[in-house]
Design a protein around this ligand. Structure first.
Ligand code: TYM
Length: 333
């Protein structure tokens, strides 16, 4: 069955291994499946929900686009564009914000985490960000959304908004309620410094993550310094969840090697941590360094990247503006 795929990544600083293993790797697999229609968006409107340096934003948009291409996305087969260049996303978002309920948004755990203790000072944009995400998804009649585990709740909200709109405006088939595509394993890559915290670009310690543009030496150093514990390498997966750092490192290795975690455990049981870390570094370097080299190469040709985004925006605009016009008609405009 052909799927309509939509997903997005924020252009805020470096992309990391969590973005790659949790989302982008899956974008590429879905693109390469027969008959899928894929739309991948650099969500720059989402990025400004927290402070950005206007002098750097455009280059961050280009860098994320370069990371898409370097990871294997093909701008001819998939639509690749940046969100702010298609005004329908914002227009749709306003209408949907009149459908979504405060109570629903108040339950969003990511807002609570990102706003931290001082909720009063968080931007309103950060609070309503999941509604913009719903608009992104619903304007393309998306059937499937590949994301990491942390976006699951936002997808549930998107489904609630779609269903409420269809019911309230008596148009049962207008919005499609999308299915999340979250990998069964390794959908949440954790910090290298704390196995209970998600790997994230907002972590102040750069040692907590492997960035897609880290050099070979930096990767090796980060893996060397990654937190472990004082026990030996596990012999099976019993009680592995009580050793989150080890589980995470084994998960990263398994995901990059495209194999089950049980196989990785067997490969390294009885060996010492330093041996495992050496092999893990080699694996990360083997898979990530070619992407990093390609990102740097692509970024030298800004005109090429800008053209990819222009073409993608034109194609995206055709789909989204049609849907938003229908949406406005249904609402009564
Ligand atoms: P963002 O930019 O925070 O993350 C991009 C993608 O990377 C995944 N991800 C992870 N996966 C596994 N482990 C991690 N540590 C990790 N960190 C990030 C995220 O789950 C995500 O899939 N709101 C979204 C962007 C967005 C979007 C959309 C996504 C906007 N509109 C429409 C899907 C559909 C976000 O901020 O992702």
């Amino acid at each position: 069955m052909s799927k309509k795929i939509f997903s997005g990544v924020q252009p805020s600083g470096n992309l990391h291994l969590g973005n790659y293993l949790g989302a982008i790797k899956n974008f590429v697999n879905l693109q390469n499946e027969k008959n899928n229609q894929c739309v991948y968006c650099v969500v720059d409107l989402h990025a400004i929900t927290v402070k950005q340096n206007p002098k750097e934003l455009k280059d961050s948009i280009r860098e994320t686009t370069a990371a898409f291409i370097a990871s294997g996305l093909d701008y001819k087969r998939s639509i690749i564009f940046n969100q702010s260049s298609v005004p329908s996303h914002s227009e749709g978002s306003w209408i949907l914000s009149c459908v979504a309920r405060m109570g629903w948004l108040n339950r969003m755990t990511q807002f609570k985490e990102k706003a931290g203790k001082d909720k009063e000072k968080a931007s309103v944009g950060l609070y309503i960000y999941p509604i913009l995400m719903a608009s992104d998804i619903l304007l393309y009649d998306t059937t499937h959304v590949p994301v990491g585990e942390d976006q699951k709740q936002h997808l549930e909200l998107t489904r609630d908004i779609a269903q409420k709109f269809n019911l309230e405006f008596n148009c049962p088939d207008f919005f499609t309620a999308p299915e999340p595509l979250i990998q069964k394993t390794f959908a949440r890559i954790m910090s290298l410094k704390d196995g209970k915290k998600k790997m994230s670009k907002s972590d102040p310690s750069d040692l907590s993550r492997v960035n897609l543009n880290d050099s070979k030496d930096v990767i090796i150093n980060k893996i060397k310094k990654a937190k472990t514990d004082d026990k030996s390498m596990p012999e099976d997966n019993k009680n592995l969840n009580k050793r989150p750092e080890i589980e995470n490192l084994l998960g990263i290795y398994s995901s990059l090697a495209d194999q089950k975690i049980e196989k990785t455990i067997n490969e390294f049981s009885g060996k010492n941590f330093s041996e495992f870390k050496t092999k893990l570094s080699e694996m990360v370097v083997e898979k990530i360094s070619p992407i990093s080299t390609e990102i740097n190469k692509l970024q030298e040709d800004k005109e090429f990247i800008d053209k990819i985004l222009r073409d993608g925006s034109e194609r995206a605009n055709e789909i989204a503006s049609k849907k938003v016009n229908e949406l406005k008609k249904i609402v009564g405009f």
